[in-house]
Each structure stands twice: as structure tokens, then as C-alpha cells.
Design a protein around this ligand. Structure first.
Ligand code: UD1
Ligand code: CA
Length: 457
């Protein structure tokens, strides 16, 4: 078998995005556009793809890292020139190359595999992926001979009236025999309306050499849709969202209203979990089996166990173990670890804290920089006072402790195993095991005080 590699053109700025970041780094559902393409290529090519960078090259390199190798195009003189900039990398491989732009995130591995297979199995020098679309304006047009064979590609700006009427367009996705490609590249001139070196000119050049070229038409034109501005970005996101939803549903996740659920492509969800509308689930999040995610939560970069119930809450960079319930209106901030069978109730904020198995923080509490053991009851309105105005301090609550309502725990402080804290206490010193701490002034009664006050008026 011949070897197959890939070349991704990503040197352009993408002016129409009107953005400070290069076009190919714009994200859709947790992944950059170019990453969708790299993921589609992953199981098809034999080598690391080559990415041609230019505009804001450092940003692109930093984001993509070591998964690809880079070629550099200093000035964007056209798509053929971009390919030339990668000549050194390409000439190392004797085989075939898929060339495509970095701004077509909808392309699938299946389509790429079929196109490359067509080229490699039948000894073509070039196969161009094409599609028929109603509004071909802006695209290169596929010009065929009378017998239907691919003759050449004419760019929109260079096309005459008759050519402009052609509805079959160049997707900008190709497979080439590398040797034939490199031989032909030098013959491409910039003698056209845009004064650019067009990669598309190679088709005519190869044909005139007597080499075999082919236009491979795909039935699904949405796959080749390019993203040039934010309107197209939203359209591509819509298609990808649908794919993500279908993927999850076929894996056994119930999604009540797929049109109103927003889940990144990077998220994994187990079987029999139910996701209600209005949820945004992002980044490196995993959710186990049998969970219920009620409406209107945001969960990002978090790990949720099995049989967890979450209602209208925000969970960031945290872990929630099996059989726990969260919310409504809870806020789990980064580095929180919530154990099994825990109850985190309404208006509870947890930050950089762990809460042990079976503990309850049911209402109106702030837990920050704390380690709470298992079987602990944290009453309504408990506040961990972790900040003294200069530094944050740690609070420890050992297993089976009982913290009464409206208690302040002034850190650093430790509540030992099984200790009780009376409601309304402000705790500034450690509390020994199985003892009761009361830290509030005693109630006094002044009989008839109100009546006396009224008489004096
Ligand atoms: C190109 C094709 C056109 C096709 C269309 C499909 C050519 C001449 N035309 O046109 O037939 O219908 O794609 O979307 O190839 N790039 C570089 N360096 C350059 C120029 C471009 O890296 O010097 C990159 C861009 O970043 C972009 C891709 O190549 O990702 C395509 O370039 P662009 O200028 O957008 O080509 P189109 O005019 O869209
Ligand atoms: Ca383009």
C-alpha cells in the first residue's frame, strides 16, 4: 500500500471573521475548526499532517502543538504557493497527499477516505472533491469535457458568464500523487485576475501531461461548507451540534430537546442519562450512567459519577461522585470534590473543597478551602470564613460532625470527629471530638420592656 499524508492550508488571516485570532482557531463546541479536520484525518493518514501556517503562526502552533508538523508561508501568495512552502515535508514521502483548507470543519473521515481511496486505488494523479450547489458564487467551477471528464478548474473571479453558470464547485479538498503534484507545481503562474498562484491550475497542467485526473462528486454539500465569517461559523455549529446530539442519543443518552441542548464534542456521557433542555456541558467533562441533568445547568471540565442528579447549577473543574444530588442553584467552583451520596442543596457555593460521602450541605452555605469529612451535616446558612483580608486559610471538619444553622467557621480551624456546633456560633478555636461548642451570647429576656417603652412616649 502507498503511504498517505495530509497537508492543511492554514496560513490565511480570514479577514471576514473580523477577529484577533486566526480563523482556523475559532472554536465550535469545544474544538477549534482545524482540530475537527485533524481528527477526521487521524485514522486515515500514515503520518502526522503538515500544517502550513503564516498569519499569527505562533498562535496556531501553540494551540496545535506536537500533533502535526509545520511549514511556514511568510506571504500568502496563493494556494499553490502554500503547497510549495511544504515541499520539503512532502518530498520525504513517496505516496499520496490529501490537501485541504483549515476552515471546513464539517468534512467527515468517511468522505476523505473515499476520495483518497478513489485516487490511490485507481492510479489518479489528482482527485478533486466537488459538489453541486445552487449558489456557486465565489467558488472555483468544475469544467468538464463533452464526455464528462474533468478538464480544469476556473476560479470565480476568472470565470466568464458561461463558466459562472456551472453549479459544480471545487471544495478545495484534493488527493494528489505527491510526485506528480510536485512536478506540476512549478509550472503554475500567477497570471490571473488575483495575481495569485492557484493550486487549482494544477488540474489542467496534469491533464496536459497525459496524467489521469478526476472530479469526485459528493452527494452531501454541507460537508464541504467553508467558514469565512461568523454567520457561516454559526451555521457550521448548527450542523455539528446535530451530529453531537445524534451521536450521544445513539449511544444511549436521552436528550429531551436536542435543539436546545449544548454539548461540546469533547464531552462523554454514559447510558441512560437524561439531559433536559437548556444545559451547556463543556470541555473535558464526563458524565456517568443513569444521571438526570435537569434544565439549565452549566457543567465544564468536570467529572460526574453515576446516578447523579443535577438541577440548575454551575459546576466548574470539579468532581461529583455517584448518587449525589446538586442544586437547584448550587455553584461548584474549581477543584471541588463532592463524594458519594452527598446532598448539595440550593444556594450553596463550594470552592476548592472536598466533601465526604453521605454529607449534607442543604441550604444557603459557603464552603471555601475546606475539607469536610463524611456523614457531616452542615446546617442552613453556614459560612466558612476562609479569608482574613490578606490570606486564605483552611478549615477541616471531621467525620460525623454536626454544624448548626448560621454558624461561622473562622479559618484556620478544625472541628474534630463527631463534634456539635450550636446554631449561630462563631467558631474561632478547634473543637475537640464529640464535644459541643457554643459560641454566642446567652439570650436574656427583659419582661414588659416594650410596654414600658410605649408608656414613656
Ligand atoms: C479556494 C479554491 C477554490 C475553491 C475554494 C473552496 C484556489 C485558487 N481556489 O478558493 O477553487 O472553490 O477554495 O473553499 O485554490 N491559504 C494559504 N496560503 C495562501 C492562500 C490561501 O494558506 O497563500 C489557505 C487559506 O488560509 C485557506 C485556504 O488556503 O484556508 C483557501 O484559501 P482561500 O484564499 O480562502 O481560497 P478560496 O478563494 O476560498
Ligand atoms: Ca475560502
Amino acid at each position: 500500500m502507498s503511504r498517505l499524508t495530509a497537508l492543511v492550508l492554514a496560513a490565511g488571516e480570514g479577514k471576514r471573521m473580523r477577529s484577533g485570532i486566526p480563523k482556523v482557531l475559532h472554536e465550535i463546541w469545544g474544538k477549534t475548526m482545524v482540530q475537527y479536520i485533524l481528527d477526521a484525518l487521524k485514522d486515515i493518514t500514515d503520518e502526522k499532517p503538515v500544517v502550513v501556517v503564516g498569519h499569527k503562526a505562533e498562535m496556531v502552533k501553540e494551540r496545535l502543538g506536537q500533533q502535526v508538523v509545520y511549514a511556514y508561508q511568510q506571504r500568502q501568495l496563493g494556494t499553490a504557493h502554500a503547497v510549495k512552502c511544504a515541499r520539503e515535508h512532502l518530498s520525504r514521502t513517496d505516496g499520496y497527499v490529501i490537501i485541504l483548507a483549515g476552515d471546513i470543519p464539517l468534512i467527515t473521515a468517511d468522505t476523505l477516505r473515499q476520495m483518497a481511496g478513489e485516487c490511490m486505488d485507481n492510479g489518479y494523479s489528482a482527485v478533486v472533491l466537488t459538489a453541486e450547489i445552487d449558489d456557486p458564487g465565489g467558488y472555483g467551477r468544475i469544467v468538464r469535457d463533452d464526455d464528462g471528464q474533468l478538464r480544469e478548474i476556473i476560479e470565480d473571479k476568472d470565470a466568464d458568464q458561461r463558466q459562472k453558470a456551472i453549479k459544480e464547485i471545487n471544495s478545495g479538498i484534493y488527493c494528489f500523487n505527491i510526485r506528480d503534484l510536485l512536478d506540476g507545481l512549478d509550472k503554475i503562474s500567477s497570471n490571473n485576475v488575483q495575481g495569485e498562484y492557484y493550486l487549482t491550475d494544477i488540474i489542467k497542467i496534469l491533464r496536459e501531461k497525459g496524467l489521469k485526473v478526476k472530479a469526485y462528486k459528493t452527494g452531501d454539500a454541507t460537508e464541504i461548507m467553508g467558514v469565512n465569517d461568523r454567520v457561516q461559523l454559526a451555521r457550521a455549529a448548527e450542523v455539528l451540534r446535530e451530529r453531537i446530539m445524534v451521536g450521544l442519543m445513539l449511544q444511549g443518552v436521552t436528550i429531551i430537546d436536542p435543539c436546545n441542548t449544548y454539548i461540546d464534542s469533547t464531552v462523554a456521557i454514559g447510558r441512560d442519562t437524561i439531559v433536559y433542555p437548556g444545559n451547556t456541558i463543556q470541555g473535558q467533562t464526563t458524565i456517568g450512567q443513569g444521571c438526570i441533568i435537569y434544565p439549565n445547568s452549566r457543567i465544564a471540565d468536570s467529572h460526574i459519577g453515576n446516578n447523579v442528579k443535577i438541577q440548575a447549577s454551575v459546576i466548574l473543574e470539579s468532581k461529583v461522585e455517584d448518587d449525589t444530588t446538586v442544586g437547584p442553584f448550587a455553584y461548584l467552583r474549581p477543584n471541588s470534590r463532592i463524594g458519594q451520596g452527598v446532598r448539595i442543596g440550593d444556594f450553596v457555593e463550594v470552592k476548592n473543597s472536598s466533601i465526604g460521602n453521605g454529607s449534607k450541605v442543604s441550604h444557603l452555605s459557603y464552603i471555601g478551602d475546606a475539607e469536610i469529612g463524611s456523614g457531616v451535616n452542615v446546617g442552613c446558612g453556614v459560612v466558612v470564613v476562609n479569608y482574613d483580608g490578606k490570606a486564605k486559610h483552611k478549615t477541616t471538619v471531621r467525620d460525623k460532625a454536626f454544624i448548626g444553622c448560621n454558624v461561622n467557621l473562622i479559618a484556620p480551624v478544625e472541628i474534630k470527629e463527631g463534634a456539635y456546633i450550636a446554631a449561630g456560633s462563631t467558631i474561632t478555636h478547634d473543637v475537640p471530638e464529640y464535644s459541643l461548642a457554643i459560641a454566642r451570647s446567652r439570650q436574656s429576656i427583659k419582661p414588659e420592656w416594650v410596654k414600658k417603652k410605649m408608656k414613656n412616649k
